[in-house]
Design a protein around this ligand. Structure first.
Ligand code: NIG
Ligand code: FE
Length: 426
C-alpha cells in the first residue's frame, strides 16, 4: 500500500480553500474556510480527504479499513492544521554574514549609505563570489533546515550576490541543487539587477547591458529561473533601467517581480502594474496611485515587515493596501543584510502587531496569496483534495493563538510532499 497519513481530531483545520484561481483580496482575506474538529488524509504526496472528524473516520474506514495498521495516525487534539507556509521572497543562497552593519546602523549609518561605501549587498557579493558551490550549498542548507522547522514548505530564492554571469549562474545552480535535495521546494528568481557592482560604478548602463544581453539569455537557456527581479530604487536601478530589464526577461519567459518603493517613493508600484509583474515587494513608500494601479493590474503585494523592523523603518501601510483591493502576501525577505531571519511565524507576528493585519489576513497572506505571488496556487497554499500534501500542525488551539503567543515556535509537526519531515519531541 502507498504511504498514508491520517491527521485526526484537530481543533481547527484551516483550509484556506476556494482561492486557487485568484488571490484573496479585501474582506476575502479574512475568510479562511475553517473546519472545526476535523481531519486530513494524505496519500503519497497528495491530499486525499479533508473534512469533519466524523466524515474523516468514515472515509478512512471505508477506504483503508482492511489495512488500518499501515496508516500513520497523528492525533492533533488541541492543535490546528494549516497549509504549509510559503515564503515568496528570499535571498537565501549567499555566503557570510553582516552583523557589523547592524552596529553601523545603530550608530546612524543608513542602509543605502553602507551600500554606496561598498558594503551591504556588495560585501555579500564579494563573499559569495569567493565561495564554491559546495560552500554555498552547505551554508544555505542550514537556513533551509531552519525554515522547515518554522513550518515553511516552499520558498522563492533569488540570485543577486554574484553580479557576474558566472557567479549569478552559480547561485542559481546551487538553488536548483537545493531544490533537488532538500524537502523544501524552491522556486528560483534571477536578480542580476540587485546592485550595480563596483566595477561598473561609473557606467551602470554597461552593467544593465550585460544583465540584458548575457545574463538573462543564459539563465533562460539553462532553465535556471522562473522569475526576474530588479531592485528599483534611488541610487540602485532607475525605473527606466528596471523596465528594460524586466521587459528583456519577459522576452525570455521570465515573469517580472520588483523590489519597489522600499526606501523612497520611486514609481516602483506603478512600474509593477505597467510591466504586468506577478508581485511588487516591500512597498513601504508606495504612492496611492501606484497602489491603485497594482489593484487594477492584479499585482500581489509582498510585504516584508521583518525588513522594516530590522532596518528600524515604518512598515508598509498594509491596511491601505488591503483596503485598495491589492492581494497581500508576507515574506521573511531572508537575506544577510536587511532581514537575517528564517522565522516566517515571527514575520506573521510583526505583520499583525506592526501593520495591524488581522490573524486571519496573516494566514491568507502566508498560504494561498503567497502561492499566487510565485505562480503556484494550483498546487499549494490551501488544504484541498488533489493539492500537494504540505501541512503544518501547530500546537495552538486556534489560529489567532499563533499571533498571540508571539516569538515562539509553535510548530508541532510538518508534512512535506506527504512525508512527516518535522516531528517535535514532546
Ligand atoms: O530585499 N532591498 C534589496 N535587497 C534585499 C536586501 C539584500 C541585502 O541587504 O543583502 C532586500 O531587502
Ligand atoms: Fe529582497
Amino acid at each position: 500500500m502507498n504511504s498514508v497519513i491520517y491527521i485526526r481530531n484537530a481543533s481547527q483545520v484551516v483550509t484556506v480553500a476556494g482561492a486557487s484561481r485568484a488571490p484573496k483580496r479585501g474582506p476575502k482575506m479574512e475568510e479562511l474556510q475553517i473546519i472545526h474538529h476535523g481531519g486530513v488524509v494524505v496519500q503519497d504526496d497528495r491530499i486525499l480527504f479533508v473534512g469533519s472528524d466524523q466524515d474523516a473516520e468514515e472515509f478512512v474506514e471505508d477506504q483503508f479499513g482492511h489495512v488500518k495498521e499501515n496508516i500513520r495516525l497523528i492525533d492533533a487534539s488541541g492543535k490546528i492544521v494549516t497549509p504549509g507556509l510559503i515564503d515568496p521572497h528570499t535571498h537565501v543562497v549567499f555566503a557570510g554574514s553582516r552583523e557589523k552593519e547592524l552596529e553601523m546602523r545603530l550608530q546612524g549609518s543608513t542602509y543605502i549609505e553602507i551600500l554606496k561605501q561598498g558594503g551591504g549587498i556588495l560585501y555579500t557579493t564579494t563573499q559569495t563570489r569567493a565561495a564554491s558551490e559546495e560552500q554555498l550549498l552547505d551554508e544555505s542548507l542550514k537556513r533551509l533546515n531552519r525554515f522547515l522547522e518554522y513550518g515553511v514548505t516552499t520558498i522563492e530564492a533569488k540570485s543577486g550576490y554574484g553580479l557576474t554571469v558566472e557567479d549569478e549562474l552559480k547561485q542559481l545552480r546551487v538553488a536548483r541543487r537545493l531544490n533537488e535535495t532538500h524537502p523544501i521546494d524552491i522556486v528560483s528568481t534571477f536578480m542580476g539587477a540587485h546592485a550595480v557592482p563596483v566595477e561598473f560604478k561609473e557606467n551602470p548602463d554597461d552593467y544593465v547591458h550585460i544583465v540584458i544581453e548575457e545574463m538573462i539569455p543564459q539563465v533562460a537557456e539553462e532553465g535556471l529561473a522562473q522569475f526576474c527581479d530588479v531592485f528599483c530604487e534611488e541610487g540602485v536601478f532607475t525605473v527606466e533601467q528596471s523596465e528594460r530589464i524586466l521587459e528583456a526577461g519577459k522576452r525570455f519567459g521570465l515573469i517580472p517581480k520588483i523590489h519597489a518603493d522600499e526606501i523612497v517613493q520611486f514609481g516602483g508600484a506603478e512600474l509593477a502594474a505597467k510591466v504586468g509583474a506577478i508581485s511588487a515587494d516591500h512597498l513601504l513608500k508606495a504612492s496611492d496611485e501606484g497602489i491603485k494601479r497594482m489593484a487594477e493590474a492584479g499585482v500581489v503585494a509582498v510585504l516584508l515587515p521583518g525588513t522594516a523592523f530590522f532596518l528600524m523603518e515604518e512598515p508598509a501601510n498594509a491596511r491601505k493596501i488591503i483596503e485598495a483591493g491589492v492581494p497581500v502576501a508576507l515574506s521573511t525577505d531572508r537575506n544577510p543584510g536587511s532581514s537575517p531571519t528564517e522565522s516566517l511565524p515571527l514575520i506573521m507576528n510583526l505583520a499583525c502587531l506592526t501593520m495591524k493585519m488581522t490573524p486571519a489576513e496573516v494566514i491568507a497572506a502566508c498560504t494561498i496569496n503567497a502561492a499566487h505571488a510565485i505562480g503556484r496556487a494550483g498546487e499549494i497554499g490551501s488544504i484541498e483534495v488533489g493539492k500537494k500534501a504540505d501541512l503544518v500542525i501547530f500546537d495552538a488551539p486556534n489560529y489567532q493563538y499563533l499571533q498571540y503567543n508571539f516569538g515562539v515556535n509553535l510548530v508541532d509537526s510538518v508534512v512535506k510532499n506527504g512525508n512527516l519531515v518535522v516531528e517535535r519531541r514532546k
